[in-house]
Design a protein around this ligand. Structure first.
Ligand code: SF4
Length: 216
């Protein structure tokens, strides 16, 4: 029986710059780390966000067309590992081939030695991007912001793709909402991307909604 709630900062139904193919994205709310240069400061406090039922999110994911999986970002997904494991199990009941990728500010080895919740979530992932964002090591890299971070295949699903495709930035996606506001998703290939874009948009009277992955 589904029992968990997830604290969610944002969701996006289609994204091509945060993992392989076209994916849904869930940005969870709350992170215990404070990396300098984190591009998603509004997702760091554990207070805030929207409380969403796992069953409701699972139904949303299962009904999406044109996506092959979900990317879990934040915030720190492993701070809500049990609920996210439950979510992936529920989605895969309806869509067994649904892939899962997650970001974490912690290294894989530490997560593997972590709680049973951490291990359960690792066991359900196809890809993990691990480690904190380190501004001094920023690079134009595939799906991550700094070169200390790794894209780790935890199943065979994307192992060949990782080996064969170039390790270069997937860029960011910009979109205009129905109310005229802008939003973006992705990992900025250059430091200071968010600040620069916000300044330019503000000068033109636009409001920015962040859907970035904290430069990681
Ligand atoms: S970069 Fe990631 S791990 Fe670091 S503070 Fe931001 S959300 Fe947390």
């Amino acid at each position: 029986m589904t029992t968990h709630l997830l604290s969610v900062a944002r969701t996006l139904d289609h994204c091509t710059v945060l993992g392989p193919g076209t994916r849904a994205v869930i940005w969870v709310q709350g992170c215990p780390l404070r990396c300098r240069g984190c591009v998603a400061a509004e997702t760091l406090p554990f207070e805030g966000g929207t409380s969403r039922e796992v069953a409701e999110l699972a139904a949303w994911l299962a009904a999406l067309t044109g996506v092959e999986g979900v990317t879990l970002s934040g915030g720190e997904p492993f701070s809500q590992a049990e609920a996210l494991s439950e979510l992936l199990d529920a989605v895969r009941e309806a869509r067994p081939g649904f892939s899962a990728m997650a970001y974490s500010g912690f290294r894989y080895e530490a997560l593997r030695r972590g709680t049973t919740g951490h291990q359960a979530l690792l066991d359900r992932l196809d890809l993990l991007v691990d480690g904190p964002y380190v501004a001094a090591q920023h690079g134009s890299l595939r799906w991550r912001g700094s070169s200390n971070q790794r894209v780790l295949p935890l199943t065979d699903r994307y192992a060949r793709l990782l080996a064969q495709s170039p390790d270069t930035s997937a860029g960011v996606e910009l979109s205009v909402e129905a109310d005229g506001s802008f939003s973006w998703a992705g990992v900025p290939p250059v430091p200071g991307f968010r600040e620069g874009m916000e300044e330019q948009l503000a000068a033109r009277g636009f409001v920015l909604h962040t859907r970035g992955r904290r430069e990681s």
